[in-house]
Design a binder for this molecule. Structure first.
Ligand code: FAD
Length: 474
């Protein structure tokens, strides 16, 4: 049925229901603003449907299988059979639970939900083409608009995604059978998480990376620890090689790569996963009708309140810039909603943590030692290797370290880098410390439960002050 074009008005219009958009919409509605949220695909965005949640579900599934298969030293003998289709339906159940929860929360908070694709017509007006064929459209007039359209995987020349042999991260999260072999192009965090998952499920994984290390955005010792463990799991790395193209090889692929000096190599596998990064979605929302232009990296520049160069148009989440992480998107969503409601909210990027769910995990927050030096501090650094942690030994996972960075003059915590089991959780303590302006002494004097991994954070803080008990001081 064609509904026709009806006009509605709203105080706050949010485009995109990922962790940036739905959080902004709920907060705006909580603060009494009449709020409309438009989503063209699925509530929860990439994070809940094709990103954080499905990938972490598969990380858990792969870890469970791998731990069961490798626990002989602990006296556990098992030979688990992996049914990836069953793992996928468990994962889908987790995703459905969360996405329907988002929809219910929006409704319960009084957010008007519109399913369709939004496009700016001019300042103050958006046209929404309703989802589903022949469903018509509506015009929404807004006082404030929040662009939360997120990002999508980057394709590279020679490798258009086909969902069968040339996979995006979305496709790799939905495989129904474990491939015998997989070439992964790109050793960033998404490439490394998925390489680890499939290596643990029994796939022969070959990683091809243009730069000279895995996780090139991280410090050398972090990247080295993750790479070494991945190699132990059977992942084969080829650095300094660019993927040129591929050709069918039986039911699989033959991937051709080339180094800077023109040396060519080929790798055969069942499938190839392209994980070279993500690009902000700015081209399908009619920004040109507002005169709003992305910067040279494709992001929409914003001020500390999330406002773009166009009055009353805000941007949050992946579309608004790095770091492209769900919790950064949500934090921005809350700030923008509160600012629109007249509250004195502003973004503070100093203590936004990041986590990578490899084996071991990586958690970082704030500054590295080099960044602290560059920012004019004279930093002190303290470290605790996980092999000295009683809890890490009882888990059988001793790779990695906890490191804290502080201002040498005042002792204020500036940042931390943790490579350890549960580093994604451990980093929260240091995030709070950085946010509150805590000192090394505050962290060191906080009595931590024994035996826990978190003791390593306190011990690293003591180490920075030459007062570590369980490791030799630097
Ligand atoms: P998105 O989640 O991308 O949502 C944008 C929404 O806008 C989409 O639902 C889209 O359909 C909708 N939309 C776009 N255009 C329109 C339009 N014109 N009209 C209506 N709707 C529109 N981050 C973490 O913090 N931790 C992790 O562990 C993590 N793991 C990840 C793993 C993978 C494999 C991937 C791909 C990403 C991962 N991320 C992770 C990143 C995280 O998913 C993103 O940072 C986050 O989803 C960004 O949220 P967002 O709200 O900006 O946009």
């Amino acid at each position: 049925m064609v509904v026709g074009d009806i006009a509605t008005g709203t105080e706050v219009l949010v485009i995109g229901a990922g962790p940036g958009g739905y959080v902004a919409a709920i907060r705006a509605a909580q603060l009494g603003l009449d709020t409309t949220l438009v989503e063209k695909d699925a509530y929860g965005g990439v994070c809940l449907n094709r990103g954080c949640i499905p990938s972490k579900a598969l990380v858990t599934g792969a870890d469970t299988a791998h731990e069961a298969a490798t626990a002989e030293e602990m006296g556990v003998h098992a030979d688990p059979a992996v049914d990836l289709a069953a793992m996928q339906s468990w994962k889908d159940g987790v995703v459905d639970h969360l996405t329907s929860g988002v929809e219910k929360l929006c409704k319960a908070n009084g957010v008007n939900l519109v399913e369709g694709t939004a496009e700016f017509v001019n300042e103050g007006t958006v046209r929404v083409a309703h989802s589903g064929e022949g469903q018509g459209s509506e015009t929404v007039e807004y006082d404030h608009a929040i662009v939360a359209t997120g990002s999508q995987p980057i394709e590279i020349p020679g490798f258009p995604f086909d969902e069968e042999r040339v996979l995006s991260s979305t496709d790799a999260l939905a495989l129904e059978a474990v491939p015998d072999s997989l070439v992964v192009v790109g050793a960033g965090y998404i490439g490394m998480e998925l390489s680890t998952v499939y290596a643990k499920l029994g796939t022969d994984v070959t990683v091809v990376e243009l730069l000279d290390s895995a996780m090139p955005a991280y410090e050398d010792d972090i990247a080295r620890t993750v790479r070494t463990r991945a190699e132990e799991l059977g992942v084969e790395f080829h650095f300094g090689e660019g993927a040129n193209d591929w050709e069918p090889r039986g039911d699989g692929v033959r991937v051709r790569t080339e180094t800077d000096d023109g040396t060519e190599s080929t790798y055969d596998a069942d499938r190839v996963l392209i994980a070279v990064g993500r690009r902000p979605v700015t081209d399908t929302v009619g920004l040109e009708n507002l005169g709003l232009e992305p910067d040279e990296n494709g992001f929409l520049p914003t001020d500390e309140h999330g406002e773009t160069s166009v009055d009353d148009v805000y941007a949050v989440g992946d579309v608004a810039g790095e770091p492209m992480l769900a919790h950064k998107a949500s934090a921005e969503g809350e700030v923008v909603a509160e600012y629109i409601a007249g509250e004195p909210a502003a973004m503070d990027f100093q203590s936004i943590p990041a986590a990578v769910f490899t084996d071991p995990e990586v958690g970082t927050v704030g500054m590295t030692e080099a960044e602290a030096r560059e920012a004019g501090f004279d930093p002190v650094v303290g470290e605790m290797p996980m092999r000295a942690s009683g809890r890490a030994l009882t888990l059988g996972e001793t790779d990695g370290f906890a490191r804290v960075v502080a201002d040498g003059e005042t002792g204020f915590l500036l940042g931390a880098q943790i490579v350890a089991p549960e580093a994604s959780e451990l980093i929260a303590e240091v995030g709070l410390a950085v946010e509150m302006g805590a000192t090394l002494e505050d962290v060191a004097a906080t009595v931590h439960t024994h035996p826990t991994l978190s003791e390593a954070v306190a011990e690293a803080a003591k180490n920075a002050d030459d007062a570590a008990i369980h490791t030799l001081n630097r």
